[in-house]
Write a protein that binds this ligand. Structure first.
Ligand code: 5RP
Length: 251
């Protein structure tokens, strides 16, 4: 075929704007710089974390990383990691994770997070709570002033038994709170089922969450609740990719 050569690019020409997907990938690749050979790595879940998993596999295949073990935070990530040939284990055999890398739905100014809109919050919290370093990777759209004030949900994992009643109890904990059991559009509005065979109750806060630690305790105090998506004081570093560059927020 004919080869086309493009004209030299004048230095004043504007760069192609980075898409949100590009930003996610940039943040993910920066986070993988923390991964060294021999480490146990927590593998996060979601559209941002999957770029980190792919990058780890790439470095393994290039021989730049050796002897690593991944601990996946969901079945979805487990499938991706298996397909890419990353050696895997779990917390039973590797209770200490050197570095965990995962996305988030919201990040506040204190590096507290809301996670779990992908539905994997329980395994994520278990793996990331066991990590010496927990690196969060986001594009700048995830930064918020206060958690739960964007109109999006705080996910809470509950046992399926009498989940409607548990949702009602959660709703009554907070002034201006609405609770909805997450449903699966693909499955005719049936409840969404987590990897742990539980349901998710989405909490919407009209007036904000208020004191996060207090809210956490109240939610966990409801019978039938297993875990919630607030990750308080857990992130050690947040890598934020924005249109004008990458920022590292440290605890
Ligand atoms: C899944 C999560 C994800 O990390 C979170 O939802 C962010 O996902 P994405 O990177 O696709 O925006 O907590 O449970």
């Amino acid at each position: 075929g004919a080869s086309m050569s493009s004209p030299p690019c004048p230095s004043s020409s504007p760069a192609i704007p980075l898409s949100q997907e590009d930003l996610k990938k940039i943040a993910a690749h920066k986070a993988v710089d923390y991964v060294k050979s021999g480490m146990v790595i927590g593998l996060g879940t979601g559209s941002t974390a999957q770029h980190a998993v792919a990058r780890i596999a790439e470095l393994l295949n290039q021989g730049e990383l050796t002897n690593i073990i991944g601990i996946p935070t969901s079945k979805q990530t487990l499938d991706q990691a298996v397909a890419l040939g990353i050696p895997l284990s779990d917390l039973d055999d590797h209770p200490t994770v050197d570095v965990a890398i995962d996305g988030a739905d919201e990040v506040d100014t204190e590096l507290n997070l809301i996670k779990g809109r992908g539905g994997s919050l329980l395994r994520e919290k278990m793996v990331e709570a066991s990590a010496k370093k927990f690196i969060v990777i986001v594009d700048e759209s995830k930064l918020v002033r206060g958690l739960g004030s964007s109109g999006h949900a705080l996910p809470v994992e509950v046992v399926p038994f009498c989940a409607k009643n548990t949702a009602r109890k959660l709703e009554r904990l907070f002034d201006g709170c609405k609770a909805e059991i997450r449903v699966c559009r693909q499955r005719n509005g049936e409840p969404f089922v987590t990897d742990n065979a539980n349901y998710i109750v989405n909490l919407f806060f009209e007036k904000g969450i208020g004191n996060l630690e207090a809210a956490s305790e109240r939610i966990l105090g409801v019978e039938g609740v297993i875990e919630h998506g607030m990750f308080l004081g857990m992130a050690t570093t947040v890598v934020v990719a924005g249109k004008s560059g990458v920022t590292f927020l440290d605890k």
